[in-house]
Design a protein around this ligand. Structure first.
Ligand code: PGA
Length: 251
């Protein structure tokens, strides 16, 4: 039985005051569903300490949106996994399409970041997904395979027992254009079958989230699909009422 996870990726939004207000609202909402739905937030890094203080005695988990592949050293501007551990981060996003597209992160780098997180007992939320061009060319499953294989080859399939996968079609992120539940399910089922070729038990237990314009009004249909285990939510996670509706849809 896979417990649904709803994770809010706040990206580079908000300020200290709005972060505090959102944290308080989300923790209140999460209490009402704590037995059945896991809720997590991924604030900008500078707000992680505030997040760890405010969510300390709640059921909400938190994490970061990025980390360095290195353990420490002369890497100006980077954040190491051990630093995230100091502030109780349970999760870290790796391989988000914005980082792949805007900051040149390759499958190899993403695999190294995945391993760096796990070395410090932080669960990576590994994002995979195709661009619109790739979908139109019919190579969606090839792209997703390459993104996942890079991690499996680097860390072994067992590593997926301590990770979450998020399928995020790039054309659906921040565009208001959601994948249909059937389009998403097709890729989720494919990801699970691909992992099953290595290990059926791991394939059956790994959570695969959908991300890309998840909203209160489309979440139920997505979460009703057999292989969709929750959502990685961007824009809608900044609005506490909308995020609450998405959490309720996972019940
Ligand atoms: P979106 O972002 O919900 O705003 O489309 C999702 C994500 O990038 O994780």
């Amino acid at each position: 039985m896979r417990q649904p996870l709803i994770a809010g990726n706040w990206k580079m939004n908000g300020n200290l005051a709005s972060t505090r207000a959102l944290l308080d609202a989300v923790s209140a909402q999460a209490e009402t569903v704590a037995q059945s739905v896991e809720v997590a937030v991924l604030p900008p890094c500078v707000y992680v300490p505030e997040t760890s203080t405010r969510l300390a005695n709640t059921s909400v988990r938190w994490g970061a949106q990025n980390l360095s592949e290195h353990a420490s050293g002369a890497y100006t501007g980077e954040i190491a996994a051990a630093m995230l551990t100091d502030f109780g981060c349970h999760y870290v996003v790796v391989g988000h399409s914005e980082r792949r597209a805007l900051y040149g992160e390759t499958n190899t780098l993403v695999a190294a970041k995945f391993a760096a997180a796990q070395a410090h007992h932080i669960q990576p939320i590994l994002c995979v997904g195709e661009t619109l061009d790739e979908r139109d060319q019919g190579v969606t499953l090839t792209v997703v395979t390459q993104q996942l294989e890079a991690v499996i080859q680097h860390s072994g399939v067992e590593a997926l027992q301590r990770a979450v996968i998020a399928y995020e079609p790039v054309w659906a992120i921040g565009t208001g254009r959601t994948a249909t539940p059937e389009q998403a399910q097709e890729v989720h089922a494919y990801i699970r079958s691909m992992i099953a070729e290595y290990d059926a038990t791991i394939a059956n237990s790994v959570r695969i989230l959908y991300g890309g314009s998840v909203k209160g009004n489309n979440a139920s249909a997505l979460f009703a699909m057999a292989d969709i285990d929750g959502g990685l939510v961007g824009g809608a996670s900044l609005d506490s009422a909308e995020f609450s509706a998405i959490i309720q849809a996972a019940l």
